[in-house]
Design a protein around this ligand. Sequence first.
Ligand SMILES: C/C(=C\CNc1ncnc2c1ncn2[C@@H]1O[C@H](COP(=O)(O)O)[C@@H](O)[C@H]1O)CO
Length: 255
Amino acid sequence: MTRAQAAKSSDEYRKGATTLRGSKVPQTTTDQQLLDRGQDADWVHTDPWRVMRIQAEFVEGFDTLAQLGPAVSVFGSARLKPDSEHYAKAVQLARLLVEAGYAVITGGGPGTMEAANRGAREAGGTSVGLGIELPFEAGLNEYVDIGVNFRYFFVRKTMFVKYAEGYVVLPGGFGTLDELFEAVTLAQTRKVTSFPIVLLGGAFWSPMMDWVRDSLLTAGMVNESDVERLTVVDDPAEAVALIVAGDRRIAGGDW
Ligand SMILES: C/C(=C\CNc1ncnc2c1ncn2[C@@H]1O[C@H](COP(=O)(O)O)[C@@H](O)[C@H]1O)CO
């Protein structure tokens, strides 16, 4: 078909601010393309599409948590059983946090997360679980009242920091250490306004703090002020008092 024939046979087509005529008139509309079933679905595994999913996760997280109010993120081992002393402390800690006016945010999983969500629920507070998609995932624990499930660890971690007034970290493994040291690094590099980070469980955390002082501080790899960001306590009430005091200091511009 010649250009002249095309111009004759096709109507003018407007695509936003653009006018197309003749052979430039598309044979399908954008809506038609959207509604057509694609030939293959490989594109769902491409990075540009992943970026959309990542964006969607941020939107879900921000939408769900924006009106949460004051909250504290609680971390600790996913493997603790209800008969563990740390489980009991996490329940008690969450109860006290609720009584002090905080919502409790956890990773939404088993162990310490379940304990903290349980304490928050039992105290009549807001119990939040930010779950993560894992191959061996058990789903959100039964004590979560507001739950969001994430595919991407880094999106989920943003929520823990953004919506918390402080962190309380109970004994745990690699996951817990990762969450702890990410928070300290964010504070150290001033990527986040400094907030209280309390380590609950002296017998577990003191040897790590000794190593931090004896190795990292002695070698000049961290400063005294970096080490001072971490406070070790044994009593959940003390942990809550430190969070409240830190909150007041931040509110007063003294941090
Ligand atoms: C391994 C087990 C369960 C895995 N389920 C988890 N669900 C949610 N969040 C988790 C899970 N495992 C780790 N996390 C995150 O890391 C921290 C605990 O890790 P640790 O290595 O056990 O210390 C925790 O704060 C979560 O945010 C048990 O069946």
